[in-house]
Write a protein that binds this ligand. Structure first.
Ligand code: FES
Length: 632
């Protein structure tokens, strides 16, 4: 017996594995997204892989077609490590992943930007003569129109006009103009000699209630250059949007303190990107933001009191474009900042951006998008119609309100597997860093594991009588030890208590109830949906099977459930890079019909029914009940 190196691609993950270990176990240990619906029994045929280099000892399986056998397919759960190997996980075996940021049809990695929010235009002009003595501004706009084949002349800001004569002449008529879009009109907001040329960037920003994500994007290639994420400093005013609105009402200048906090957060993340990528602030020339309506209003310094009082009216659904300086973003001071339009007080620009990113507004098939941010928003529809609702999921999915919870940053436990026989836990963390806490996807995994192993009952209560050393009472609260302090070099264990479990149960009940009631309003069944797209600030992905196990998502074939990551920032990024995408967000917001679930009496009934694992009505979750019966 010895150890061997196994590499899985396309994820590029590798590990040392024991000879004799199954490829499935090595893959799961590494957190490779490999399907395994039957849990490694050799019965489902989902864990197909292709060894590309080296050798493994694989058993034949009737679940593989002759063609697959010819192509070298094997079942990972029926193959044992015998030496070093490189193993491909084909697309059909990749579980729960939809790589929204690199999808061909809407992805941004595959093409150059088309009509970015702002751009640098390189210009070379003839110097004026007695025959051609057109004024400097006309000479400049004429050159821009020639380059961009646009009819209307762009406008110009006064500071640029003031500098224009000098810059043109000193630069020998070779200049770069910074041109941005504001409210559908273009304007020149910067000018510099061509000799000082530097790359220009834009930001895509997801202004989340709990977490804020800032992406740095190359405006010439559309490439994602870097990402910075952190907790929203507004948390000092409360975890949810309602407490923050109440806190803002106690301030003398209602929205100012909350605006300062969100700007501090975003500007700190911008600073991080500037330092890491050695940029000058003025190289970042525009920003596209998406957030829920409350966050959007606070970002723009608009007081939000009316959002929490009947009849729940937002200040606007379409927000005007502003200059960075006007709003307080520390990028090029005159660069345009655009905010995604909202649908209602509680369905904001984040779900509009998410709808854009998933492309559900462009296809015939009816799909559902569930954004599991702090608010929990659901949209259903297709190219002809869209409906939406907010379902107050609470911040548990973002790790907030959970004792050892954290957002999905480095060190967050994002995948958990529990082997009841050996009482061993396998965890994977974001960035493979030392475990610091547990994020939404890790929580969903843990609760699903505990339910299947019978360590919690259907109400989420810990069974202290089970033969495991991991259940215990800490500070009078029964719970489950995920990682021992000594394993991770800290004094305290990473522990999930009953209160944490209850918080997550409340969140999942709200999501399931929101989806059920919205489906009821459009007279559809969950089984009629082509796909359920799940977005949120989890780790790299959410395990669809575990999400169904806890009753967060309906009991559908797993291939119908796809995790799409942070669709809000993906949509903000599309709007940053494409004029067409910006138009689409306006259409989506205008087309979406909002249902206010707080005013719907059946929502509360549906919510209460969801406060069990997986649900009060177990007939809705036949596959889960079957698995629990097998394993408990
Ligand atoms: S996991 Fe089901 S066949 Fe391998």
């Amino acid at each position: 017996m010895g150890t061997h190196i196994i590499v899985f691609y396309p994820e590029g993950k590798c590990a040392e594995a024991q000879a004799g270990e199954t490829l499935l176990s090595v893959a799961h240990g590494l957190g490779v997204a490999l399907d395994s619906a039957c849990g490694g029994q050799g019965a489902c045929g989902k864990c197909k892989v292709i060894p590309r280099l080296g050798k493994v000892d694989a058993e034949k399986s009737p679940l593989l077609s002759p063609d697959e056998e010819k192509e070298g397919y094997i079942l990972a759960c029926q193959a044992r490590v015998t030496g070093d190997a490189v193993v491909e996980v084909p697309v059909e075996s990749q579980r729960g992943r939809l790589q929204i940021l690199v999808r061909g049809e809407h992805g941004l990695e595959t093409g150059a930007p088309e009509g970015p929010l702002a751009e640098r235009i390189e210009l070379e002009m003839e110097a004026p003569t007695l025959k051609d003595n057109v004024d400097d501004l006309n000479r400049l706009t004429r050159a821009i129109k020639e380059q961009r084949a646009v009819e209307a002349s762009p406008g110009i800001t006064l500071p640029v006009l003031q500098a224009l004569p000098k810059v043109l002449r000193e630069a020998g008529w070779k200049v770069d103009a910074l041109v941005g879009e504001m409210e559908g009109k273009t304007h020149i907001f910067g000018l510099q000699p061509a000799s000082e040329r530097k790359p220009v960037y834009g930001l895509a920003i997801d202004v989340g209630t709990t977490t804020v994500v800032v992406q740095l994007v190359d405006l010439e290639t559309g490439a994602l250059v870097g990402t910075a994420a952190g907790l929203n400093d507004q948390i000092a005013f409360g975890n949810d949007v309602i407490s923050r609105i109440i806190a803002s009402e106690e301030q003398s200048e209602r929205a100012a303190a909350l605006q300062d906090k969100i700007l501090e957060t975003i500007n700190r993340l911008i600073e991080e990107l500037i330092t890491k990528h050695e940029l000058e602030r003025e190289q970042i020339i525009c920003a596209s933001c998406a957030g829920n309506t409350v966050m959007t209003q606070f970002l723009l310094g608009i007081e939000a009191s009316a959002l929490r009082r009947e009849p729940y009216v937002p200040a606007a659904r379409h927000f005007p474009g502003v200059e960075a300086d006007e709003v307080g973003l520390t990028i090029h001071p005159r660069g345009p900042v655009r905010v995604s339009p909202a649908v209602s007080s509680y369905v904001g620009g984040d779900i509009v951006a998410g709808t854009l990113a998933t492309g559900m507004d462009e296809v015939e098939a009816v799909q559902a998008l569930i954004d599991l941010g702090t608010n929990g928003e659901v949209a259903i529809g297709n190219k002809d119609w869209l409906v939406c609702a907010s379902c107050s999921a609470g911040p548990a999915f973002e790790g907030s309100g959970i004792k050892h919870g954290m957002y999905a940053g480095p060190g967050a436990i994002e995948r958990v597997e529990y082997d009841a026989l050996s009482d061993e836990i396998r965890c994977r963390t974001v960035g493979e860093a030392k475990p610091r806490g547990i994020c939404g996807s890790g929580l969903v995994d843990t609760i699903a594991c505990l339910l299947r192993a019978g360590l919690i009952d259907r109400a989420g209560r810990i069974d202290l009588g089970r033969p495991t050393r991991r259940t215990r009472v800490v500070d009078e609260e029964p719970g489950f030890v995920l990682l021992w302090g000594e394993e991770i070099g800290r004094e305290e264990d990473i522990f999930l208590g009953e209160n944490d479990i209850q918080n997550l149960i409340r969140s999942k009940a709200a999501v399931y109830a929101g989806l059920s009631i919205l489906l009821k309003r459009v007279d559809m069944k969950a089984s009629e949906l082509e796909q359920i797209l799940v977005a949120g600030a989890f780790g790299n992905y959410l395990d669809a099977e575990n999400a169904v196990t806890i009753g967060m998502l309906p009991d559908l074939p797993l291939e119908k459930i796809r995790f799409v990551g942070n669709s809000s920032v993906a949509g903000a990024r599309m709007a940053l890079l494409s004029a067409e995408a910006r138009k689409r967000t306006e259409h989506i917001a205008a087309k979406m019909t909002n249902f206010d679930l707080s005013a719907e009496s059946d929502f509360m009934e549906a919510y209460v029914a969801g406060l069990f694992l997986p649900h009060t009505d177990t007939s809705l979750f036949p596959s889960v009940m079957e698995k629990c019966a097998e394993r408990i």
